[in-house]
Ligand binder design. Structure first.
Ligand SMILES: *[C@@H]1O[C@H](CO)[C@@H](O)[C@H](O)[C@H]1NC(C)=O
Ligand SMILES: *[C@@H]1O[C@H](CO)[C@@H](O)[C@H](O)[C@H]1NC(C)=O
Length: 419
């Protein structure tokens, strides 16, 4: 008998055995550990078992399962819906004596509680947040009135699966306080016309305190609306780590209204003599300068890793001369930090630029290049070259001997000042 035939027989035998055992399996994508609010431990799911619920005994369509609980010797029906690969929602019956699957499942009533499980292991990969384009200003209410003045701000991070929420305190609204939260978006889905988001929220200023899953998982219902020149989002946030009690994006115990405040960012473009090459490199190629999005955005990527990535959006041009020099203010985002910075580009040759970048980030754009700071001659010059600089004749022809040691760290070279 050939090996292939043997394997086929073996597989057939296995298949027959498992159906005789009265077993069924759960979708492979559910395997892992899941958080459920109120449950003392994570809920482990493998192909045949859901921890503390039982083993798969019989299944019908793709969402109905009869589970056998060996410890209690009883059966329960679970209707499990996969809302997103990281979110399962279910309804269940009490564990009861053996009966047909249909009669056990019938006892789930329409108003039975709906439980939500959020995946913990394998660790979910954050998903892009559905609110575009940041930054936004927003108003919020936690039940005691709308906090609109001063407006709060929501800012993008370089990673589009994160959003920084800067809550302001409103003197006229009791219970409001200034606070910074970071939202990491994990899952979005749609039911009818209602859109849901599940994310984790962390307190930026109390980063070292240990926050439990109960404190951080939150569910949102949201609705976006195009205005004439802006985008508005109404968002309701759950009060706990469930999706219960969220019916509409405009009412609930915690609601927000985000309005994008981005036109200021579409004001200027990097000049043609810079963006004629979309990609520039530091001399050691450790940093890549990539001009994208209609010549208004500069992405600085580092070979060290994504954590070092920065995104700069041209905010306003202050001065330019002869296609050789430009001074501008850019809005910078690095991780979830953002602010304004002063940039000065000097064109040295077709394929060579020098960049002077302000050292600090400023909240107000007008502060970035103000006064002596921008003219500070001590600001380092960073030399940038194109990917393939055109070879040119060397200025001093001949054969030379280099005296003294060359610096051997590659990084030092890029800070060399022009002679
Ligand atoms: C699934 O988990 C149960 C207990 O939780 C265990 O007995 C069983 O062997 C596991 N099955 C597989 C295929 O890993
Ligand atoms: C970006 O700049 C380049 C070079 O000046 C130009 O050819 C291109 O049309 C510009 N793109 C946009 C979208 O403005």
């Amino acid at each position: 008998m050939s090996a292939a035939l043997l394997l086929l027989l073996l597989l057939l035998a296995l298949a027959v055995c498992s159906s005789y055992g009265g077993g069924c399996t759960f979708p492979a994508g559910w395997a892992g550990s899941w958080f459920q609010s109120g449950s003392p431990a994570l809920i482990a799911i493998n192909s045949t078992h859901i921890h503390s619920k039982g083993e798969c005994y019989e299944s019908e369509s793709y969402d109905k399962f009869l589970l056998y609980d060996r410890r209690e010797d009883c059966y329960r029906c679970m209707v499990i819906l996969e809302k997103h690969k990281y979110v399962l929602q279910y309804k269940e019956t009490f564990c009861s004596e053996k009966d047909s699957m249909s009669s056990i499942c019938e006892s789930i009533s329409g108003d039975a509680p709906l439980y939500s499980m959020f995946r913990k292991e394998p660790r979910p990969e954050p998903q892009p947040c559905p609110f575009h384009p940041a930054p936004f200003t927003f108003t919020y209410s936690r039940g005691s009135g709308d906090c609109a003045n001063p407006p709060s701000r929501a800012e993008a991070c370089t990673d589009d699966s994160r959003l920084l929420l800067r809550y302001m305190a409103c003197p006229d609204v009791p219970g409001t306080e200034s606070n910074v939260e970071e939202l990491v978006c994990l899952a979005t889905w749609k039911e009818g016309s209602t859109r849901y988001l599940v994310g984790q929220i962390s307190q930026v200023q109390r980063r070292n305190s240990i926050a439990s899953d109960e404190d951080t998982f939150r569910c949102f219902v949201y609705k976006g609306q195009h205005g004439e020149r802006s985008m508005t989002y109404n968002i309701a946030q759950s009060g706990d780590a469930t999706c219960n009690g969220l019916s509409s994006p405009t009412d609930g115990s915690r609601i927000m209204k985000l309005t994008n405040s981005d036109d200021e960012h579409n004001r200027c473009h990097f000049p043609a003599w810079i963006v004629e090459h979309h990609k520039w490199f530091s001399l050691d190629h450790a940093h890549q300068y990539h001009f994208t999005t209609k010549n208004a955005t500069l992405k600085i990527m580092s070979e060290i890793g994504a954590a070092e990535e920065r995104r700069l959006v041209c905010h306003s041009i202050l001065e330019q001369r002869d296609n050789r020099y430009i001074k501008l203010v850019a809005h910078v985002t690095r991780g979830c930090e953002s602010g304004h910075v002063c940039l000065q580009f000097h064109r040295r040759d077709g394929g060579v630029l020098e960049l002077q970048q302000g050292a600090a980030l400023w909240d107000a754009p007008q502060d970035a290049c103000a006064g002596a700071r921008a003219a500070d001659p001590a600001l380092p010059y960073l030399t940038l070259v194109t990917a393939a600089p055109a070879p040119a004749r060397c200025p001093l022809l001949g054969r030379y001997t280099v005296l003294g040691a060359l610096p051997d760290t590659r990084r030092r070279r890029q800070h060399a000042r022009p002679g």
